[in-house]
Design a protein around this ligand. Structure first.
Ligand code: TXA
Ligand code: MG
Length: 322
């Protein structure tokens, strides 16, 4: 594994069918040539991810969607114009340039134009679509620094592009526009309110919505058990817990709990800064040997919806494959 800031070396690795971890504004991605089944297969192997789980295709900001999507409804064009480059993934009918290995056999594809300058430089230098899930082992917390990537994947990656810490800190928002109405598949770095200005109210997934297997409960989970509760319920949740207990909450909240028998792990009060630091905090708590994390849920507005979603998923039931 090589690590550095050499975008042309990273692009050459992609062109040779190898794996490159790269920063985006949300989290680090583990990239391969989205048009090549053999290259994409390496992603699933490195992550330990089931091959039926579709990958997002990343494109440079000036790319045309032709070839990547088979058809692009007007609402998708308007949403892309307003939100890209940025932390939004749009699900559309799969175009011929996207390998079926990338979509896990699905006839839809998730497309995203990231806002990170180093990601854009890589995508331009490579000149194609880059399939990339988050650069962590399957089921674990997404990486927001190059160190996180190296500790999760190490020698499984050919090149790690180091662009420092990610600015947004939670994954992209995923909106399905492949079936004539706008469905929110995953809250994320682009707040729902901004999307709904263009799409109107976002629907919740029904049985016909494309499966987004990575959004199952128990994803985004650290080793410690996570209990996500309303802020008022934190003291009672601490009282019920055994082992080394930590409380993850906005810094301002701790003033209300003077004698809490738990390690305090304050997050910034501002929800954008909270999102930015969330995954690093969960990793730090694991490194400190914490058994139970009592996490205070933020209000669900703006980025708070994504932060709350990730905390609830981290608290979700463990499955054998995670
Ligand atoms: O911010 C992000 O989205 C990051 C960065 C690297 O771009 N990527 C990311 O990828 O979070 P991943 O694979 O960890 O999560 C993508 C989610 C998965 O839950 C997957 O099931 C869903 O997107 N997805 C991808 N393509 C899909 C499709 N065609 N239909 C339904 N869901 C899809
Ligand atoms: Mg992921």
């Amino acid at each position: 594994m090589n690590r550095g800031t050499d975008v042309s070396e990273a692009a050459a690795v992609l062109a040779a069918g190898g794996l490159v971890a790269f920063p985006t504004e949300t989290v680090y991605g583990l990239g391969a040539d989205a048009s090549r089944a053999d290259a994409v297969a390496k992603i699933f192997a490195a992550k330990g991810r089931p091959s039926g789980h579709p990958l997002i295709v990343h494109l440079p900001p000036e790319a045309s969607l032709d070839g990547w999507a088979a058809s692009v409804p007007d609402v998708a064009r308007r949403l892309a114009a307003a939100a890209w480059p940025g932390p939004l993934t749009i699900i559309l009918p799969r175009g011929p340039r996207v390998s079926l290995a990338t979509t896990g056999g699905a006839e839809t594809v998730g497309l995203r134009m990231p806002a990170h300058a180093m990601a854009q430089a890589l995508l331009r230098a490579f000149g194609g679509g880059v399939a990339a899930p988050s650069a962590n082992r399957f089921g674990a917390v997404s990486p927001t620094t190059a160190d996180h990537v190296v500790s999760d994947l190490g020698e499984r990656v050919d090149y790690v592009l180091d662009g420092g810490a990610c600015d947004v800190g939670v994954e992209s928002t995923i909106v399905d526009l492949s079936r004539g109405r706008a469905v929110l598949l995953r809250p994320g770095g682009l707040p729902r309110e901004m999307i709904e200005e263009i799409t109107g109210p976002l629907a919740t997934p029904d049985a016909q919505a494309p499966a987004a297997p990575g959004t199952l409960a128990s994803h985004y989970a650290p080793r410690a058990r996570v209990v996500a509760v309303a802020p008022d319920d934190v003291p009672a949740a601490v009282a019920r817990s055994v082992g080394k207990v930590a409380v993850l909450a906005p810094a301002a909240a701790f003033a209300r709990w003077p004698a809490l028998p738990a390690t305090a792990h304050p997050l910034p009060d501002d929800v954008a800064a909270m999102a930015r630091g969330l995954y690093a905090a969960l990793r730090d708590l694991d490194a400190a040997g914490i058994d139970v994390v009592i996490a205070a849920l933020p209000p669900a507005a703006g980025l708070g919806e994504a932060v709350g979603d990730r905390l609830l998923r981290a608290a979700g039931p463990r499955r054998s494959e995670s």
